[in-house]
Design a protein. Structure first.
Lengths: 609, 200
């Protein structure tokens, strides 16, 4: 790799050729503020807060748009730079409403953070601010089905414009009018309609673009913990962070407060789609299964695990016994399993041991995998393609030897299962579906088979009360993806881990442990104490595959955001990690500004003092 | 996916008129096709100003439908076209009069009485700057320097300058335009020079 060496504030820094001065400064931990620069989109050079002094250059330069060169001598702390920067901040705040107390970005806002650190203490602008609020008009406007736009707060950095143009490939946002009249807008006020719209809240460095999902729901200091996990709503497997609201378990409302993307250059970059971002409410929703249930006549009655298990065991034994010939049990197993590709690799691994323990090496024939696919409406040239497969683990199932067809974009084949059930050859079906409602696709035929008696026994292990579950004889409450440590293998064949962010509600249990308990009650020697145990066994049986080191994958737990800066604007967390590594938890105090007289950071209010 | 159901406000931004279906006339289409060839294929967007100029030529102002048509022609999104339209004062998004009177109000013209020209035009037409008269013949606009400062005060009537327009002469110009139409546009030295060349 070709490198160049330059000096920033007296510190020699070597970076790859082609990096900008701002990127070099970030890498070296020198804090330089910026707004229009975002690592995921093109360089614009429009906000001017990143100015630095470069020796031999006649004027101050914007560091975000200046390439590093050998021998460059850069200064970010000389008085003229400090003054110029403070001047830019004064202008940025000229029209900014400073309504931080009611702004959702307050507390994780780069405008706040950088203004405290680098801006002047006071403003000389004594004219009224430009506002959009007025008779019948609000600054807050509809900005499509997922977003709201507050035009007062916008600092016109054009990140949102560039995001839509470059990443989404459908430039729906533009700047209308010009100069002091400029305003962010969509064509004829029709709003942003995109599967990636939620990312606009992340890229916006101020509280101008907000998602309706998060607006007015919480503030950064109410969400003191974050869990790094992965999304499981399609086979792309975006790396995400789940934000948890601080509240006692018994208090009303949900704990999961938002999902944000976590930077992974190989999978999702800085982004995630709206499906993964907004479709998490089912996890703590009304229809969530909180306890096991058994059928009594027409109703499903809540029961206790220790009551349910022996009854379930007896019914399953009976079902298996009803067609005793061993030959028929290989060709037409009396108990069949319908498993959603939302099941994690651990669960599939335990299930494999279970069916093989019961039916021998042909056991996997009794298992049918199901998932749904859908075409996502996205522009042709989009840089972030959401996968067709609406389940995270088709590849994981394939790697374990389950029959899922070839390729990433395949559709499940339920025909054999369906004919076996509808011809009355099957005595029991065990459904495992830890995904949201609908993950198995159409199940009306299965419900019908159970209701007209063709299928004598239906067991559903899942996370939500679906139509299928309400037709079942036994309902086992399992857990959703944010409630367990689980492996999923994405489109690219990457083995990724999701981590437990919240506990399963009520008496719901980890899905692998339900399967282990079932196996034990049927007389199998399954002995796992934790998901990590399962992972170890899995790693041992699959040497020379990515799974061999599965037990080494990090299991994260809710981490405290030690100060607001660290938990700040999630799409920019990488920045906080670099810039403020040694910052004490005091907002507005920058280690790098130590030793510089505070006066030098302000433009004096009266020029003649 | 369920979104928060709340209802919020619409922007009070003045939107372009939606307009009826719009497509270039064959003649304008040919002009556009010829013009767009002046730019490399990956910079087709450079033709956007000319494309909008043609659209405005065709129907007097640029409607939302016209912006969509231009976006299709250029291969960009309507938002990007609206961006450009809103930037330039010379694109109209509402109907304007047959004659758009652009009175220069920048320094040279101001010193030579541009304000009185505007006042005289306002009085003559019964409209204030930014308005169109009820017959739809005249629109009065104040603009910045038209680049003919040596012949101030200047009024640009559609695409033609009318130079050295003293406030007293305003009435005659308006009358002329009413009676003789575009033939009355002789106030520009370029016209005069052309005419002189032709006769010599
Ligand atoms: S809305 Fe946000 S991202 Fe868009 S220009 Fe304004 S401040 Fe920047
Ligand atoms: S692209 Fe797939 S994995 Fe990524 S956020 Fe969307 S649904 Fe989740
Ligand atoms: S970050 Fe450099 S000009 Fe905006
Ligand atoms: S000042 Fe009027 S044309 Fe230049």
């Amino acid at each position: 790799m070709e490198t160049v060496t330059l000096t920033i504030d007296g510190q020699p820094i070597t970076v790859a050729k082609g990096r900008t001065v701002l990127q070099a400064a970030i890498e070296a931990g020198v804090s330089v503020p910026y707004y229009c620069y975002h690592p995921g989109i093109s360089i614009d050079g429009s906000c001017r807060v990143c100015v630095v002094k470069i020796e031999k250059m006649p004027k101050l330069q914007t560091s975000c748009s200046t390439l590093c060169a050998d021998g460059m001598v850069v200064s970010t702390r000389e008085p003229d730079v400090v003054d110029a920067r403070a001047g830019v901040f004064e202008f940025l705040l000229a029209n900014h409403p400073l309504d931080c107390p009611v702004c959702d970005k307050g507390g994780e806002c780069p405008l706040q953070d950088f203004s405290y650190t680098f801006g002047p203490a006071d403003s000389r602008m004594d004219f009224p601010r430009r506002v959009f609020d007025g008779e019948g008009v609000k600054a807050d406007v509809d900005f499509g089905p997922t977003l709201m736009l507050n035009r007062n707060r916008c600092i016109l950095c054009t990140r949102c414009v560039r995001f839509m143009k470059e990443i989404d490939d459908d430039a729906q946002i533009g700047i209308v009018d010009r100069g002091a009249g400029s305003e962010i807008a969509t064509f004829q006020e029709q709003g942003v309609h995109s599967l990636l719209s939620g990312n606009l809240m992340d890229v916006c460095p101020v509280g101008a673009i907000l998602t309706r999902d998060y607006r007015f729901k919480s503030r950064p200091w109410d969400n003191p913990t974050v869990v790094d996990t992965t999304c499981t709503l399609c086979s792309k497997g975006c790396n995400t962070s789940a934000w948890l609201k601080a509240k006692p378990e018994w208090a009303k409302g949900s704990r999961l407060i938002r999902m944000t993307p976590r930077y992974n250059p190989d999978v999702n970059g800085y982004w995630m789609c709206d499906i993964g971002r907004f479709n998490y409410h089912w996890v703590e929703g009304e229809s969530r299964l909180r306890r096991p249930m058994t059928r009594n006549g027409d109703v499903l009655e809540p029961t206790a695990w220790h009551d349910l298990q022996p009854r379930l065991r007896d019914r399953l034994r009976q079902a298996r016994g009803s067609s005793e010939s061993a030959a028929s049990s290989v060709q037409a197993p009396p108990v069949r399993f319908l498993v959603s590709a939302h099941a994690s690799t651990e669960e599939l691994f335990v299930l494999k041991q279970l069916v093989e323990g019961l039916m021998g090496s042909e056991g996997l024939n009794a298992v049918t995998l199901a998932w749904t696919t859908s075409d996502k409406a996205q522009p042709a040239g989009t840089k972030f393609k959401v996968s067709r497969t609406n389940a995270p683990n088709v590849n994981g199932a394939r790697d374990l030897g389950y029959q899922v067809g070839a390729g990433n974009e395949g559709t499940p084949d339920l025909s054999a299962l369906r004919s076996a059930i509808e011809s009355g050859q099957t005595a029991a079906v065990y459904v495992l579906d830890p995904g949201p409602d609908g993950s198995l696709g159409d199940t009306s035929w299965l419900i019908a088979a159970r209701q007209n008696g063709t299928l004598p026994l239906l067991i559903v292990q899942g996370a939500v009360m679906t139509d299928l579950a309400s037709a079942a004889d036994f309902v086992l409450a399992g857990s959703a993806f944010v409630e367990k440590d689980a492996l999923y293998t994405n489109d690219q064949g990457r083995v990724q881990a999701a981590s437990r962010a919240i506990a399963p509600p009520g008496e719901a249990r980890d899905d692998w442990s339900i399967l282990v308990a079932l196996g034990q009650s049927l007389g199998l020697a399954l002995a796992y104490e934790s998901a990590i145990d399962v992972r170890r066994a899995l790693a041992a049986t699959m040497p020379d595959t990515p799974y061999a080191s599965a037990d080494l994958l990090v299991v994260t737990r809710p981490v405290a955001a030690r100060n607001w800066l660290q938990a700040s604007n999630p799409s920019e967390r990488w920045k906080w990690d670099f810039l403020y590594q040694d910052l004490p938890p005091v907002k507005g105090h920058s280690v790098q500004m130590e030793g510089i007289s505070p006066r030098a950071a302000y433009i004096p209010l009266k020029l003649t003092e | 996916m369920d979104y928060a159901p709340a209802k919020f406000h619409k922007s009070a931004r003045e939107l372009a008129e939606p307009g009826g279906a719009f497509a270039y006339t064959p003649e304008h289409q040919a002009k556009f096709d010829a013009n767009v060839k002046c730019y490399p294929p990956d910079q087709r967007r450079s033709a956007i100003l000319f494309a909008l100029y043609l659209a405005q030529r065709q129907q007097g102002y640029v409607t939302a439908a016209a912006m969509r048509h231009v976006a299709e022609q250029i291969g960009c999104t309507p938002a990007e076209v609206e961006d450009v339209v809103s930037y330039y004062t010379m694109f109209f998004t509402k109907p304007v009069g047959t004659y758009v009177l652009n009175v220069c109000r920048t320094l040279s013209c101001a010193l030579r009485g541009a304000e009185r020209v505007t006042a005289a035009l306002s009085a003559e037409l019964g409209i204030t700057p930014g308005e169109t008269d009820p017959t739809g013949t005249f629109t009065l606009i104040e603009v910045e320097c038209l680049g003919a400062c040596d012949r101030a005060p200047v009024v640009m009537v559609n695409d033609d300058w009318h130079e050295c327009l003293a406030p007293e002469d305003v009435r005659r110009l308006v009358e002329d335009l009413r009676t003789r139409g575009p033939a009355a546009l002789t106030g520009c030295h370029l016209h005069k020079e052309k005419a002189a060349e032709a006769t010599s």
